[in-house]
Design a protein around this ligand. Structure first.
Ligand SMILES: [Zn+2]
Ligand SMILES: [Zn+2]
Length: 771
């Protein structure tokens, strides 16, 4: 291992300084697990500065002594030249008494309170490590677990803080002499790289298949490649758990994966080889990348990015059937780089789990539970301490929006608008579960856990809760859950015996967005989603809430309708379509026989909960167009309807707006139905007009509210606004009317953001309760 020459001391170690000045800094921000202290050390050596640096649980304390002009350059470089992953923020800085000093040292860490602890996420392989891995002759040539202070696993590896090797899953891998030398050399770029490894002392890949073959090292990689080329499905252990992968150009392999995973239609993500000068050459063969998509794909999170698919892309049509977009991601770990580099083709990379559960992480458990899905396994022997699924992003209204938090992002650490009075744990919703832990003025959001309701999901849910509290050294004294008593998360919270606050689903959505944007005064939040329990006991999901966290009031909604069969209507959108027709006085819809028994139950309101959810309106619309009658995954109807959109027929007339007896503005969806069924109009136009109609209704509601009170800020949140046609139209029209439009930026607008919103909503209420 050699260092770039500028990192070597330019002169012999500095002697006592003649007329030194001395300063002390306390540096916060992202300075843990990113090589910041070694960077300070090397900087001091380069500039001839004396003193020391040490960890102060999560922060870094620096005392430096040098002639004043040298100290000035040192101070500037502390932020300007920090390593790429670091995000230093100088919290304090001031002169201290100069003392005779020689050299610069890294002192032992000092433990202190939990306030400043940062848990780093998992990082993608850096360019330098990639270069070494592909350089014949390097001692880590083709080693799939190469890493350094600037890359490699973190969150999924850490047992406890402070972040030192014995406190990680690497404790079981004693360093060989060469790695030990790198680890202890402050001038080496692997100085204190905790997951440091090499072929002699680090983790190894392990391949096994149904034929009973068992291979390690390079042979394991070759075994995996052979299986992929033969159209097999491989369960591949990555950074935060298993993927199921297969050749993304092999239609038969993709179909087999779908069949075995029982996912007939849900879009699958593709991991594409890193090729060309910017790494995106392969990605561009499959999708059209705008600057936002390109930036996201290459960005430090290495997320799955939904990108517009090219018509004749070299990928199996079964990857994202019926959709206009495809989820792409670049390799993020050295193992993925090696495999994709040799394969020179995209692979389908879907979470290694049983539908909706958290991704599997344990070798033995994966071998058992994925046995019916995978033909072969590429394991490795580095334990994954906790799952982290891939994050997902989509460019909506011109900016990247998170749809799922995960590896590379989580735990997502944010600052609260105001400190919470006691440590608070918010347990989120039921689907797309995440949890959030808040203390002082900080909040940390967990990665995507999955849909609660299975044993494994609930085990991981509890593990994540315990983990976050242990890692950050914070014990929750107050819990927050959804108002829906049937949610598993809410049931868990009730069983704890701690003070508990229940928060309405849509209030949590609204507060999450308000927490990100902090609008002055009151804001109008459109919270449109699939259904959540409302204050009046009906299923909300098309609501406009006016106010601020802790004080939301419903002012806008839709004409209510009934869901025949309740939960079953979600899986069978034809039920919703029928109910909408009956409600509007239309007899039935084309393509489906009227069901007299169902109509009878609907008339009497038996098992027909009342809803205002726009997600369900979308379901009904997709069925009325003949696109999706039975849904095999969440959001299938809405996604298909969006995908078929062409240009809409100009300014859509807004659906009728009326005021109900409680003063809530309601839009009537009824006039939107008949045009959906008009087969004389092309499907692309009908779908687009439906979107335009919803956007017009939204704008009309905002204007109606503004006529009665001052209103500048309008937010769009909830799963429905993952639809970029609708969101783009609504945002543009609101802006034309002079509104400031707020959309999710760092926290997903779908139910993954509920835990964060629960924290803000509960905190605001507590403040108000105090005298
Ligand atoms: Zn690296
Ligand atoms: Zn080694």
């Amino acid at each position: 291992m050699t260092n770039p020459p500028e990192l070597r001391p330019a002169a012999p170690a500095p002697g006592p300084l003649r007329s030194p000045a001395a300063r002390r800094w306390l540096v916060g921000g992202r300075v843990q697990g990113v090589g910041y202290r070694p960077f300070v050390y090397r900087l001091a050596h380069r500039l001839g500065v004396a003193g020391w640096v040490r960890n102060l649980t999560g922060r870094v304390e620096i005392v430096a002594q040098a002639p004043a002009h040298v100290l000035a350059s040192f101070a500037k470089a502390l932020c300007d030249e920090a390593p790429p992953l670091a995000g230093p923020v100088v919290l304090e800085g001031g002169p201290v008494t100069a003392r005779p000093a020689t050299g610069f040292s890294i002192r032992d860490s000092l433990a202190s309170g939990p306030a400043a602890v940062h848990v780093p996420p998992d990082y993608f392989t850096c360019d330098q490590c990639l270069g070494e891995m592909l350089a014949p002759g390097n001692r880590r040539y083709r080693y799939p677990f190469i890493n350094c202070t600037q890359c490699g696993p973190r969150y999924t590896l850490i047992d406890r803080l402070p972040y030192d090797r014995p406190h990680t899953a690497m404790a079981g891998f004693p360093l060989c002499p060469e790695c030990a030398r790198e680890y202890h050399d402050p001038l080496d770029r692997r100085f204190h790289a905790q997951p440091l490894a090499c072929p002699a002392c680090g983790p190894q890949a392990l391949f096994s298949d149904a034929a009973g073959r068992s291979l390690t090292g390079e042979a394991a990689l070759q075994g995996c490649l052979e299986a992929l080329r033969a159209g097999r499905i491989v369960a591949l252990k990555g950074t935060g758990g298993y993927h199921l992968i297969c050749d993304g150009t092999d239609e038969a392999a993709v179909a087999r994966l779908r069949r075995r995973k029982r996912r007939p239609h849900q879009p699958l993500a593709l991991m594409v080889p890193w090729t060309g000068p910017d790494g995106l050459a392969w990605a561009r063969r499959i999708a059209t990348l705008g600057p936002e998509e390109a930036g996201l794909l290459r960005g430090p999170m290495r997320p799955i990015v939904l990108c517009p698919a090219r018509p004749a892309a070299p990928a199996a049509p079964g990857v994202a059937p019926g959709l206009a977009e495809v989820g792409l991601m670049l390799p993020y770990s050295p193992l993925h780089h090696l495999l994709l580099h040799e394969l020179d083709a995209p692979v389908v990379a879907t979470s290694g789990n049983i539908s909706g559960e958290p991704v599997l992480t344990d070798n033995a458990e994966a071998a058992v539970r994925l046995a019916g899905v995978a033909d072969a396994f590429l394991h490795h022997d580095r334990p994954v301490r906790r799952p982290a699924d891939d994050p997902v992003y989509r460019v909506i209204a011109g900016r990247p929006r998170p749809l799922r938090l995960g590896r590379g992002v989580a735990p997502l650490e944010l600052e609260l608008p105001a400190p919470v009075s006691r440590p608070t744990l918010a347990v989120g919703a039921q689907m797309k579960s995440t949890v959030a832990l808040a203390w002082d003025d900080r909040v940390v959001i967990s990665p995507h856990i999955g849909d609660l309701g299975s044993v494994r999901a609930e085990t991981v849910f509890e593990q994540v809760i315990a983990d976050l509290q242990r890692l950050y050294g914070v014990k929750a004294a107050h819990l927050v859950c959804d108002a829906h008593t049937g949610y598993r998360s809410a049931r868990w919270a009730r069983s704890r015996g701690l003070p508990l606050t229940r928060v309405g689903h849509h209030a949590a959505h609204a507060s999450a967005l308000a927490g990100e944007h902090r609008p002055p005064g009151q804001a109008l939040m459109f919270t449109w989603d699939g259904t959540g329990l409302g204050d009046d006991g009906t299923l909300w999901g098309g609501e406009a809430l006016l106010g601020r966290p802790g004080q939301w009031r419903r002012v806008g909604s839709w004409r209510p309708f009934r869901l025949p069969g309740a939960e079953r209507a979600i899986r069978q959108p034809w039920r919703t379509a029928l109910a909408l027709c009956w409600e509007a006085g239309l007899d039935a819809f084309d393509g489906h026989c009227p069901d007299e028994r169902l109509r009878h139950l609907w008339r009497r309101g038996v098992n027909c909960p009342v809803t205002t959810a726009v997600g369900r309106l979308f379901d009904g619309a997709a069925a009325l167009c003949g696109l999706v009658h039975e849904s095999t995954h969440e959001g299938q109807g809405p996604m298909r309807l969006e995908a078929v959109c062409g240009p809409h027929g100009g300014a859509a007339p807004a659906p009728p707006l009326y005021r109900d007896e409680s003063g809530v503005w309601r839009s009537d969806w009824a006039p939107l139905l008949a045009p959906l069924m008009d087969r004389a109009v092309p499907l692309a136009r009908r779908a687009a007009d439906f979107h335009a109609g919803l956007a017009a209704a939204l704008v009309q509601q905002a204007l109606a509210v503004r006529r009665e009170q001052p209103l500048s800020h309008v937010g769009l949140t909830g799963g429905v606004f993952q639809n970029r046609v609708l969101t783009g139209l609504a945002a543009a029209q609101l802006e034309r009317h002079g509104f400031q439009v707020m959309l999710p930026r760092e926290v997903p607008g779908n139910d993954a953001g509920i835990s964060y919103g629960q924290v803000l909503e509960a905190a605001a209420r507590t403040c108000d309760e105090r005298p």
